[in-house]
Design a protein around this ligand. Structure first.
Ligand code: XMP
Length: 518
């Protein structure tokens, strides 16, 4: 168990609960999100939080059977912050009243003005007499609980900010964690200061603690780590190597669908620079062979995913005595969020992952990044001395270039795609845009078009450039390159890459498009 001061977020199912955790981690405060169903009295005692936050949620506290926090939460003597549904549930439980609708629903931007600014939670807030906040509520508090006072109001929420300072219970109707409450982070800062957090969650301390935990878990046993060349598995590998040295062996499956020089870069970095035992499984012939004649995106994905597991298993079996499998699982993958719909969601794409591997191979899991968000993994990577250029790399999908080559895959197309992609990325780096973009790549299109170069006719492939901004890959917008940049890039690709004579720019957002073409 972690040694840090701990804050508990009780999740009532808001879409933005993860953002609360983000804001707190930015303040170097360690927190965990747990669905309200799991937060029993026993859990609370064991977790021993120094403060608690109640998240928002889609239900109505006026509905019988709607979610509630355990009563013990109010008796632990620790500060509590209730947000939106969290505010309402706090009022209801402590003797106030919540009502539905009646014209006081508020969705979107609103302004809160102070009623009484003498509250530690509001230190440095209301700098300009009012603050913009993001509201999203149908119900509203119509009577506050005994002991509470009002500290801020908005047109639709007369009790926008309430508190019982003696018990250090705070309740806000709006969402301070979202971008549209521009100074919301300040409220979290004040809240954790009030709760006595010292900001002891740093990457240097995390690194030490993670190394200690890996040693404890693994002892002198052997660990296998599947390396994809991406940031997560690389950081996990370097961290584990620091903990257990050469008892770690990495397996890098080269499926022949990587970018220009990517395999060499990964091998050089791990084997030569870090001296980490590495098996470079060059299985490109196997994968490309299996993909011959396949043009359906789902068949491609499933073929690659299945082969990957077979190949990984084959190489892993060569490592004698291995008992553990390391994975770069991140915190967003493990948060058990509250699902009210309960129904399975539609599969848009079969993601390539190695989920079933550990059971199949009888291995135990080592997941040293389970508590981290993506940007924290990057910070840990920097702490471990991984090159900045490597850490800042755009995400790359498991099925690789296969899903950037709509239609049938051939070696010729892959080679053309690699070279075009390298020119595009080179352009982006030269113009200093790489870090502003979530992902950028080229897709080679399954059409040939007619062109004229010099005095001759060409009949070559068309390609599409794709570059998007995004926070988490769930939604995305196309990057607004200048016309000059796009023109220069198209000219370079067509001049430098034999086999392409036409270049388009994909300006589809997600939704309705997806980031990758397949
Ligand atoms: P889409 O295309 O669904 O992609 O908008 C969202 C993000 O996920 C990446 N992606 C994958 N990553 N295995 C992965 O590890 C996959 O099968 C896969 N498919 C898409 C994609 O590059 C983007 O960052």
């Amino acid at each position: 168990m972690t040694q840090h001061q701990r804050l508990l977020i009780i999740d009532f199912g808001s879409q933005v609960t993860q953002l609360i955790a983000r804001r707190l981690r930015e303040l170097n405060v360690y927190c965990e999100i747990h669905p309200y169903q799991n937060v029993t009295d026993a859990f609370l005692k064991d977790f021993n939080p120094q403060a608690i936050i109640f998240s928002g949620g889609p239900d109505s506290v006026t509905r019988p059977g709607s979610p509630r926090p355990p009563a013990l939460a109010f008796d632990m003597g620790v500060p509590i912050l209730g947000i939106c549904y969290g505010q309402q549930v706090m009022m209801q439980e402590l003797g106030g009243l919540v009502e539905s609708g009646h014209g006081t629903a508020e969705f979107g931007r609103a302004f809160v003005t102070p009623s009484d600014a003498q509250l530690s939670l509001l230190d440095g807030w209301f700098a300009e007499g009012r603050e913009q906040v993001w509201m999203s509520h149908g119900d509203h508090v119509s009577k506050i609980a005994p002991g509470f006072h009002v500290y801020g109001t908005s047109p639709g929420a007369p009790f926008a900010i309430t508190a019982d300072p003696a018990r250090r219970f705070y309740a806000v109707q709006f969402h301070p964690e979202v971008h549209h409450t521009p100074r919301g982070a300040k409220l979290y800062e004040n809240f954790v200061r009030e709760a006595g957090f010292t900001g002891d969650w740093t990457m240097a301390s995390y690194r030490e603690e993670a190394i200690r935990k890996i040693r404890e878990q693994v002892g002198d046993k052997k660990v296998i780590c599947g390396l994809s060349g991406g940031v997560d598995s690389s950081v996990a590998a370097v961290l584990i190597h620091e903990a257990i040295g050469d008892n770690l062996t990495c397996v890098f499956v080269d499926h022949g669908l990587l970018r220009l020089n990517e395999a060499e870069e990964v091998v050089t970095m791990f084997r030569d620079n870090y001296n980490i035992p590495l098996i470079h499984a060059d299985e490109s012939d196997l994968f490309i062979g299996a993909l011959e004649g396949v043009s359906d995106p789902e068949v491609k994905r499933k073929t690659i995913g299945k082969l990957f597991i077979d190949v990984f298993q084959k190489y892993a079996n060569q490592i004698e005595g291995a008992e553990f499998l390391a994975q770069g699982t991140l915190y967003p993958d493990v948060i058990e969020s509250v699902s009210f719909s309960g129904g399975p969601s539609v599969t848009i794409k079969s993601h390539h992952n190695v989920g079933g591997l550990p059971e199949k191979m009888g291995l135990k899991l080592v997941e040293p990044l389970r508590e981290l968000f993506k940007d924290e993994v990057r910070a840990l990577g920097r702490e471990l001395g991984l090159p900045a250029k490597f850490i800042g790399r755009h995400p790359f999908p498991g099925p690789g270039l296969a899903i950037r080559c709509p239609g049938e895959i051939t070696r010729e197309k892959l080679e053309i795609l690699r070279r075009a992609d390298a020119v595009f990325i080179d352009q982006i780096r030269k113009h200093g845009l790489y870090d502003e973009i979530w992902q950028a790549f080229v897709a080679i299109l399954p059409v040939r078009t007619v062109g004229v170069m010099g005095d001759g006719r060409t009949y070559d492939f068309a390609c599409a450039l794709r570059a998007v901004t995004s926070v988490d890959g769930m939604t995305a917008d196309y990057y607004p390159f200048t016309h000059e940049f796009l023109g220069e890039t198209a000219t370079r690709i067509i001049n430098e890459v034999k086999g392409i004579n036409r270049c388009t720019y994909d300006i589809t957002s997600k939704p309705p498009g997806t980031i990758e073409w397949e």
